[in-house]
Write a protein that binds this ligand. Structure first.
Ligand code: FMN
Ligand code: SF4
Ligand code: SF4
Length: 271
């Protein structure tokens, strides 16, 4: 019996819907399945798995710090598990797969293959200055078909397509390498919260992965020390209550998958 684990991280929902698609297809293939959102408290027994999938976005030309911490905290793998990644990116994944492979090797595992799914970019600075417009409205059905194909051809029939290698000539790798581990928050500039605009939809304090936004006694409080600049509050707020000096609402990516993902974060990858 095949048993797969899907370990996922997602902030605006792109990786979430990709993980959801993967889950549906694995269930159709009679896989037994467990899934875990990286910031949940669940304990996964990795040695009971035959296949392990990481589904996550590229952040600052590398993997999000939460996924890195998650893997670093794992014990070493006792037996061979096939490991795959589905990486969502706005257009510049740099050497992210290689970075993941390096982390896994420290745990006596390795990345067998990976797929990059190009998606609408949720990072305001990159959207404004680099404008990855090609990926507009993605992930879409064509992205999901790529996941199906990856699963059937590469994972189930062993057709290896992507070499996991380090490209030292990729300038973005070095940019990501130099960025602070929690991300270049300074690109957002000094932010403000326009209380009058807030309709208390609860998205920002539910989505913030860093605990930088909390609701206390009917007030929304923001702690700049904790913020990692992931932009999720900007992306998620329906009324533009979060403001930055350099970015206005036209730079925001309001993901159609966000609300669905917030539900999924509370209860695994529920349909
Ligand atoms: C903080 C942050 C940093 C990002 N850095 C990169 C990057 O270096 N390269 C890239 O291609 N996309 C980058 N993106 C875009 C995301 O990888 C892309 O939007 C992804 O699909 C978001 O996935 P999610 O909706 O699952 O969070 C970044 C997004 C954020 C929020
Ligand atoms: S407060 Fe900072 S860490 Fe929290 S969601 Fe907003 S940008 Fe991300
Ligand atoms: S996301 Fe915007 S509207 Fe919703 S609670 Fe936060 S600030 Fe208020």
């Amino acid at each position: 019996m095949n048993k797969a684990g899907i370990i996922w991280f997602s902030q605006t929902g792109n990786s979430y819907v990709c993980a959801q698609r993967l889950k549906r297809r694995l269930l159709e293939q009679q896989f037994e399945l467990i899934d875990d959102f990286v910031l949940s408290d669940m304990q996964v027994d990795f040695n009971s798995l035959t296949h392990l999938f990481f589904v996550f976005p590229v952040y600052n030309f590398k993997m999000p710090c939460y996924l890195r911490d998650y893997i670093e905290a794992l014990s070493c793998f006792d037996q061979k598990v096939k490991v795959y990644a589905i990486i969502t990116a706005g257009g510049m994944e740099a050497n992210t797969a290689w970075i993941l492979d390096g982390l896994l090797k420290k745990k006596k595992a390795q990345l067998d293959d990976y797929l990059v799914v190009y998606c609408e970019d949720s990072y305001i600075p990159l959207r404004k200055f680099l404008g990855t417009k090609k990926q507009k409205n993605k992930p879409d059905e064509s992205s999901f078909l790529k996941i199906d194909q990856f699963l059937f051809e590469n994972v189930l029939h062993g057709k290896l397509k992507n070499k996991i290698r380090f490209n030292p000539l990729n300038p973005f790798h070095w940019l990501g390498h130099l960025a602070p581990p929690t991300g270049p928050k300074q690109f957002l500039g000094k932010r403000s919260f326009v209380k009058e605009r807030c309709v208390d939809c609860s998205i920002c304090y539910n989505i913030c992965p860093a605990g930088a936004i909390v609701k206390e006694n009917d007030d929304i409080k923001y702690n700049d020390q904790l913020c990692i600049g992931c932009c999720s509050c900007f992306n998620g707020c329906p009324t533009d209550a979060w403001q930055s000096p350099w970015y206005s609402s036209k730079h925001y990516y309001h993901s159609p998958f966000l609300k669905e993902m917030l539900k999924g974060r509370q209860s695994g990858l529920s349909e």
